[in-house]
Ligand binder design. Structure first.
Ligand SMILES: NC(=O)c1ccc[n+]([C@@H]2O[C@H](COP(=O)([O-])OP(=O)(O)OC[C@H]3O[C@@H](n4cnc5c(N)ncnc54)[C@H](O)[C@@H]3O)[C@@H](O)[C@H]2O)c1
Ligand SMILES: [Fe+2]
Length: 355
C-alpha cells in the first residue's frame, strides 16, 4: 500500500504576505458573529508585531506559553478556554509562532471537534472527526510543522504526535519577514531540525523519488543558509523547512529524532537543541551529515551543551530508552526491518551515556 496523504490546501508565500491574513480569514467568517482564535507565541505579547494581528472585536487572542514544548494537559486547558469563551465553535484557529505555537493550533482545532483529552489521540489515525479550519503563520523556520500531518505532544506517558489527515493545516502564510528577528541560537537549532530531517530522510530505507526530490532541494537550501549566508537567507530557510517537511511526509526521520524524543521527554530539552545534541554523536550512522553539521556549528560559533545524561538515575535513563524505542517507524527507516537486532537497549544506553 502506498501512502495517500493529505497536503496543506492553500499556501501564500512572500515578504509582507502576512498583511493578507485578514482577507484570507474573511472567507471563513460566514456569520457576523463568527470568531477566530489567534494562538500566538507569548514572545510577541509586548512587541510591535502584536498590533499587526488582524483580530476583530469578537475574536480571541491566546498568548501561547512555549517555555515548555506542548503538553496534552496544556492543549486540554486551551480547549476549555475556547469553549468557555463561546458556545459556538470558532470559524478558524490561527497559530502564529514556531513549531510549538503551530502544533498547539493544530491540536486545539482537532480537540474542539473531538471528545476527550488530547492524550487519547497520541498515535496514528485515531482522530475521527475533521478539525475546525486551521491556519499557520510561522515566525521561526525549520520544524516543517507548517506542512506535516502531526502535532507533537508530550503526554503523561509518552512524547508522541497526533498523526492524522485532519491535523494538516488548511492554510499557511509564509512571510519571510516574520522570521528575521529570531535570536541566533534559536535560529540555528530550529534550522538544524530541518537539516537533520533531510539527512535522515535521504539516508533512510523508506526513501523514494518523491521524498528525495524535496529532501535534496531542502538540503541545498540549508547548505546555502548555514554555510554561505545569502542575502535572502530567511526566504531560503522558510522554503527549506517546507521542503524538508514534505520530504519526511513520504518517508520518515531516523535515529537522531528517536533519541531526541527521549532527551526531551526526560530532560525537557527542546526539539531543535535535543536533535543537535544527539546528532553530534551519530557519526557512525550519518558520517557526512555530522561532518557538515560540525562545520555549520563552527561557522556560527555554536557551543552544544554537554554531559547532560551523566549523573542521571538509572530509572530516568531507562525511561529515556523506552521513549526512544516506541518510535519503531523511525528506527526501521534508519536501519531496515531488522533494526531491533542492530539497535538494542544496550546500544541506545551507550549512545545516551555519551551525551
Ligand atoms: N509537527 C511537526 O511536524 C513538528 C516537527 C518538528 C518539531 N515539532 C515541534 O516543534 C517544537 C519546536 O519548534 P521550534 O523549534 O520552531 O521552536 P518553538 O516554537 O518551541 O520556539 C522556540 C522559542 O523561539 C521563540 N520564538 C518563536 N518565534 C520567534 C521570533 N520570530 N522571534 C523571537 N523569538 C521567537 C519562542 O517564543 C520560543 O521561546 C517542538 O515542540 C517540537 O516537538 C513539530
Ligand atoms: Fe524534527
Amino acid at each position: 500500500m502506498f501512502r495517500n496523504f493529505k497536503m496543506v490546501s492553500q499556501v501564500v508565500f512572500g515578504r509582507g504576505c502576512f498583511n493578507q491574513l485578514d482577507e484570507i480569514l474573511s472567507f471563513q467568517r460566514v456569520k457576523s458573529s463568527s470568531f477566530v482564535v489567534f494562538l500566538v507565541d507569548h514572545v510577541f505579547e509586548n512587541s510591535e508585531f502584536k498590533s499587526r494581528i488582524p483580530a476583530h472585536d469578537q475574536d480571541m487572542i491566546i498568548w501561547a506559553d512555549t517555555d515548555d514544548e506542548p503538553k496534552t494537559s496544556y492543549v486540554d486547558k486551551l480547549v476549555e478556554k475556547v469553549k468557555s469563551f463561546s458556545s459556538d465553535l470558532p470559524a478558524g484557529v490561527v497559530g502564529i509562532g514556531g513549531g510549538s505555537a503551530m502544533d498547539l493550533a493544530k491540536a486545539v482545532s482537532l480537540m474542539l471537534a473531538n471528545p476527550g483529552s488530547a492524550a487519547d489521540y497520541q498515535g496514528w489515525d485515531l482522530i475521527k472527526k475533521p478539525a475546525v479550519w486551521h491556519a499557520a503563520v510561522p515566525t521561526l523556520s525549520g520544524t516543517g510543522a507548517e506542512v506535516s500531518r502531526t502535532t507533537v505532544l508530550t503526554g503523561p506517558q509518552k512524547k508522541l504526535g497526533i498523526n492524522s489527515d485532519y491535523t494538516v493545516f488548511d492554510q499557511i502564510v509564509l512571510d519571510p519577514e516574520l522570521i528575521a528577528g529570531v535570536p541566533k541560537e534559536q535560529w540555528f537549532y530550529t534550522g538544524m531540525d530541518c537539516y537533520i530531517h533531510c539527512v535522515e530522510s535521504l539516508q533512510g530505507t523508506f526513501l523514494n523519488a518523491f521524498s528525495q526530490s524535496y529532501g535534496e532541494k531542502s538540503m541545498d537550501l540549508c547548505r546555502e543558509v548555514f554555510l554561505q549566508d545569502p542575502s535572502d537567507s530567511a526566504d531560503k530557510l522558510m522554503m527549506a523547512s517546507y521542503f524538508g517537511g514534505m520530504s519526511i511526509a513520504y518517508s520518515q526521520v531516523g535515529i537522531c529524532h528517536a533519541l531526541s524524543y527521549g532527551l526531551s521527554f526526560v530532560l525537557g530539552l527542546h526539539h531543535g537543541i535535543g536533535n543537535s545534541v544527539a546528532f553530534d554523536y551519530l557519526e557512525e550512522y550519518y558520517p557526512e551529515g555530522v561532518r557538515e553539521f560540525r562545520q555549520m556549528m563552527e561557522k556560527h560559533e555554536i557551543m552544544l551543551p554537554r554531559n547532560l545524561v551523566s549523573g542521571l538515575s538509572d530509572e530516568k535513563l531507562e525511561k529515556m530508552i523506552d521513549v526512544a524505542l516506541v518510535l519503531s517507524p523511525l528506527w526501521e527507516n534508519a536501519l531496515g526491518k531488522d533494526w531491533a537486532e542492530i539497535m538494542t537497549r544496550d546500544k541506545i544506553r551507550q549512545l545516551y551515556q555519551r551525551m
